[in-house]
Design a protein around this ligand. Structure first.
Ligand code: SF4
Ligand code: SF4
Length: 205
């Protein structure tokens, strides 16, 4: 029989002194390291509802539903973490860098996959003329803050950002039977309706 090498003997003695490397979970609680990639969690104050996380999710487990009939209209995002592969792409590419983060939560066992939902809800801004989705209010305000004075080139951003500061009052509701006119340029409009308003103003009906 070959004699054991000294290095292996040393390892065996160390392992004996260290005790077992395995853990006793679930009999004893386990605290994973901070870098552990567990259940993704939304942070409602830092999420702006831009849905970039859903666009980059490789398993397409982030559902986005725009409910324009709700009052106020809302965008609902939900991670179906039963189909999540915990890759961290949503966290990596989050526009604000802190709207969604992978937590250290790992014990996600359930009998009902429909329960595996991590939702967030953000208010939507709709075009005053056609009702098309322009974006989430928080997203538009985030853009307005980032671009500073340049927002004064876009009436939608002016109305939202200055409205937030209390500098713009309530808009008079638009009479839908009236054709688009110059006064409509100072309304919250989608790009298509803004273009139609400007063209009508410049070229006529
Ligand atoms: S802010 Fe981040 S978490 Fe929120 S929708 Fe955008 S990418 Fe997703
Ligand atoms: S961790 Fe990966 S799979 Fe899971 S929600 Fe984020 S992007 Fe999608």
């Amino acid at each position: 029989m070959k004699k054991p090498k000294l290095r292996e003997l040393g390892e065996a003695v160390k392992a004996l002194l260290r005790g077992p490397a395995t853990i006793k979970f679930p009999a004893e609680p386990y605290v994973p390291p901070d870098s552990f990639r567990g259940k993704p969690k939304y942070y409602v104050d830092d999420c702006i509802g831009c849905k970039a996380c859903a666009e980059v999710c490789p398993s397409q487990c982030i559902e986005v539903v725009d409910d324009t009939a709700a009052d106020p209209p809302v965008r609902r995002l939900a991670v179906h973490y039963g189909a999540c592969i915990f890759c961290g792409q949503c966290e990596l590419y989050c526009t604000t860098e802190k709207g969604i983060r992978l937590s250290t939560e790992f014990d996600l066992t359930t009998f009902n996959r429909a329960e595996c939902l991590e939702p967030v809800e953000k208010e939507l801004v709709l075009c005053e003329v056609c009702g098309a989705v322009i974006g989430c209010r928080d997203h538009l305000l985030w853009v307005a803050e980032r671009i500073g004075a340049k927002r004064y080139a876009n009436p939608t951003l002016i109305l939202l950002a200055d409205g937030e500061l209390g500098l713009v009052g309530e808009q008079t509701p638009r009479d839908p039977s009236r054709p688009l006119s110059r006064s409509d340029t100072m309304r919250v409009l989608c790009p298509t309706c803004r273009r139609a308003t400007v063209l009508r103003e410049v070229w006529g009906p």
